[in-house]
Design a protein around this ligand. Structure first.
Ligand SMILES: C[S@@+](CC[C@H](N)C(=O)[O-])C[C@H]1O[C@@H](n2cnc3c(N)ncnc32)[C@H](O)[C@@H]1O
Length: 313
């Protein structure tokens, strides 16, 4: 397995090979996935007392194949959506299609698609019923009004650096999100790839208004790259660099405790930390040196869902 991964790492230097993997559609190519992901984050935030009403300005890191999660946020009452990705993946036709499907899902007040449809998607709210208490009919009448839908469509046709929907990829160094302007920063299956995690958590803190919050689902596993879910921790730093090759982004291999520490150092108060546990498949001697001293909790944590609020000093 290691030899196959190393060979693929070398192959990424051949033009076009890296795109074979990174050009594959991500979950957000599906409108039902986007609807499910958005409502799960929103409902969890509501359950955790973070958002009595839908947020106004939503920032998403790593939207992938479409802006569907943000479009679902706009259909829930948000006024602005900022999409920040590492590379340009979302396409205009896909966004239009996903948007039209999302409108239907909200009109029908469909239940949140659950594990029978998306077995690997987390977080898991207490209920998958449509959240009518958070998105009541009188609110949806306004958010699904034909005139408003038309202005979202117009914004989708002209996504730039200002307006209702804005996009930057790569976003590092861009000033797309004004300091103190955001209510809600979210990501799904993204922070396990971010190279400069400390800076990224710091940026989230800067973007949020006081009392604003973050919501992240992070898959800490090897994403099937190794035989066991924790096999990525058996590669030395050098071997991992070679496996990465020229891919534009790659698993950063950071464990649960790093995310919790960086959130706190950036100035967040942790509100929710839902860990999915898994038995370690490797023993400590099989792990590469940087991971041998990980705590038991880290070695048993395969994914995590965190929500944290910007501390006000
Ligand atoms: C597995 S895909 C997930 C996409 C989408 N959130 C979903 O659920 O389908 C990982 C995404 O993370 C993005 N990504 C990687 N590094 C990033 C970074 N530093 N900042 C923002 N996005 C990043 C990639 O471009 C890609 O869109």
């Amino acid at each position: 397995m290691k030899i196959r991964q190393l060979a693929f790492g070398f192959a990424t230097y051949i033009p076009g090979v890296s795109r074979l993997v990174y050009g594959q559609p991500t979950g957000t190519a599906s409108a039902r996935y986007c609807y499910s992901v958005w409502l799960r984050h929103l409902v969890m935030a509501h359950e955790n007392g973070l958002c009595p009403a839908p947020p106004r300005v939503v920032v998403e890191l790593g939207p992938g194949s479409s802006f569907g999660v943000g479009l679902a946020a706009l259909l829930s009452g948000a006024e602005k959506y900022r999409a920040l990705d590492a590379t340009r993946i979302a396409s205009r036709p896909r966004n239009q299609e996903v948007f039209d499907e999302l409108v239907g899902l909200f009109r029908r007040r469909e239940c949140i698609p659950d594990e029978s449809e998306f077995p690997r998607v987390k977080p898991t709210p207490r209920s998958f019923a449509f959240p009518t208490q958070l998105l009541p009919d009188d609110l949806l009448r306004k958010t699904l009004d034909e005139g408003r839908l038309e202005s979202i469509r117009a914004s989708l046709r002209d996504v730039g650096t200002s307006g209702m929907i804005t996009h930057a990829a790569p976003w590092v160094g861009s000033s797309l999100v004004e300091a103190g302007s955001a209510d809600f920063v979210l990501s799904q299956a993204v922070l396990e790839y971010v190279e400069d995690l400390a800076d990224t958590y710091q940026m989230m803190f800067t973007w949020l208004r006081p009392g604003g919050f973050v919501s992240h689902e992070i898959d800490l596993s090897s994403h099937g790259m190794t035989k066991t879910w924790d096999g990525h921790w058996s590669y030395s730093q050098l071997a991992w660099k070679l496996v990465k090759g020229r891919r534009p982004y790659f698993l950063n291999r950071q464990p649960h405790s790093t995310h919790i520490r960086l959130l706190s150092e950036a100035g967040f108060t942790l509100i929710c930390d839902v860990r999915m546990h898994a038995e370690p498949a490797l023993n400590r001697e099989q792990l590469a040196r940087p991971f041998r001293d990980l705590g038991t909790e880290d070695l048993n944590t395969r994914s995590v869902f965190v929500q944290a609020v910007k501390r006000v000093n």
